[in-house]
Design a binder for this molecule. Structure first.
Ligand SMILES: [Zn+2]
Length: 59
């Protein structure tokens, strides 16, 4: 199974970001900094890589 990546909008600045999902990461909560504004974003990865990620602002 290949690594999937998914696009999402930063909850802080609205810019496009990408998150990579390893098969073992599915269903996990990860923190990633926005590539544009560098603020922390909480990303809940779906159980199924075909489903959309859920995005929350993390502080
Ligand atoms: Zn941002």
């Amino acid at each position: 199974m290949l690594t999937e990546s998914q696009r999402f909008d930063c909850p802080w600045c609205g810019e496009n970001n990408w998150v990579e999902m390893e098969p073992g990461d599915l269903g996990q909560l990860v923190i990633q900094d926005c590539a544009v504004c560098c603020r922390a974003i909480e990303i809940r990865l779906p159980e199924d890589a075909d489903q959309p990620v859920e995005i929350f602002p993390a502080d």
